[in-house]
Design a binder for this molecule. Structure first.
Ligand SMILES: NC(=O)c1ccc[n+]([C@@H]2O[C@H](COP(=O)([O-])OP(=O)(O)OC[C@H]3O[C@@H](n4cnc5c(N)ncnc54)[C@H](OP(=O)(O)O)[C@@H]3O)[C@@H](O)[C@H]2O)c1
Length: 288
């Protein structure tokens, strides 16, 4: 098949490109910058999803995998959740509609729901709703929890914090997460391309184990030889006040991210095990 991948140069996209290429698909990546380490044969259409023409890059595609998303807004550059999640999905759907491309894999995120606390999740929900409202489309929506493997930006940040003399933890650190291996997510996406029986479905994707934030710090600390780094639990009101300065100061967490760090991110949905029957554990996959 000929597949277009938006966000192809990103953390998830680079793994998806490899999986698609290994499966023998023709692949075109869309991003502002090409990934120089992408497999040979991957073609690129470079531009900003907010204003680039998508019809020509999409022409000839059998399916689109829409991965573009952001975790932090940059208002000065008009990089907003609304533009990057809702606006980009609108543009992808319009181009697919123009060309009659039938199949879409839409990347959402676990926790996405109407009236979610974070703007990240609310705009992911709006994007999902646009996809659901597009009647001719065979679309499958994926909602992963935190994704790990290789240099996952979130896990790298935990690892850096775990090396500090005292690890700053927002609140009690008991929020549960269910991290999933990026190779498994890529394998799932590849399998779903061939299986349009999942059209119209939304799948939540959690890994085999659940960890509190405290346990994730312990895990990443252990990788650096500090299995139980001492932790300083900071009141949420205080962290929230610091996070509100993130627009003007290099604060590691925004109010939106803080909201997501303090609500459980777990699922009992195991539909995806039909395609990936032995999901990779954090212990075995975090360095791969
Ligand atoms: N990583 C996780 O733990 C996780 C968990 C759940 C869901 N997700 C979702 O999975 C998707 C991929 O996440 P990721 O971690 O791979 O993100 P990422 O590493 O930040 O990658 C984002 C991709 O989007 C591209 N991009 C960003 N702004 C763009 C623009 N204006 N125009 C065109 N391309 C643009 C980036 O390339 P350029 O910078 O070169 O443009 C890059 O290829 C997102 O939708 C995210 O919400 C991720």
């Amino acid at each position: 098949m000929n597949i277009v991948v938006t966000g192809a140069s990103g953390y998830v996209g680079s793994t998806v490109l490899r999986a698609l290429t290994e499966a023998g698909h023709g692949v075109k990546g869309i991003a502002r910058h090409a990934d120089k380490s992408a497999p040979a044969g991957v073609r690129w259409a470079l531009g900003d999803i907010r204003d680039m023409d998508l019809v020509e890059p999409f022409r000839g595609a059998d399916a689109v995998i829409h991965l573009i998303g952001i975790i932090r807004e940059i208002p000065a550059q008009k990089v907003t959740f609304e533009a990057m999640h809702v606006g980009s999905t609108q543009r992808v759907l319009a181009a697919m509609n123009t060309l009659g491309i039938p199949r879409l894999i839409q990347m959402s995120a676990l926790g996405t729901r109407p009236r979610a606390v974070s703007q990240y999740h609310r705009t992911k929900w709006e994007a999902e709703q646009l996809v659901r409202a597009t009647s001719h489309l065979k679309a499958t929506i994926l909602r992963p929890s935190l994704i790990f493997g290789g240099h996952a930006p979130f896990f790298d940040m935990l690892g850096s914090l775990a090396k500090l003399p005292m690890v700053p933890v927002p609140g009690d650190g008991n929020t549960l997460f269910q991290p999933v291996y990026r190779g498994d997510v890529a394998a799932l996406i590849c399998a779903l391309l061939e299986d349009s029986g999942t059209a119209g479905k939304t799948m939540e994707i959690g890994g085999p184990d659940r960890y509190t934030l405290n346990q994730l710090f312990d895990f990443m600390g252990a990788q650096a030889g500090r299995p139980h780094p001492p932790k300083m639990h900071l009141p949420l009101g205080f962290v929230g006040a610091v996070a509100r300065l993130s627009n003007v100061l290099p604060v590691p967490v925004t109010p939106d991210q803080l909201a997501m760090l303090t609500e459980p991110n777990i699922t009992d949905d195991d539909q995806w095990h039909q395609w990936v029957d032995q999901p990779t554990t954090l212990a075995s996959g975090h360095k791969k």
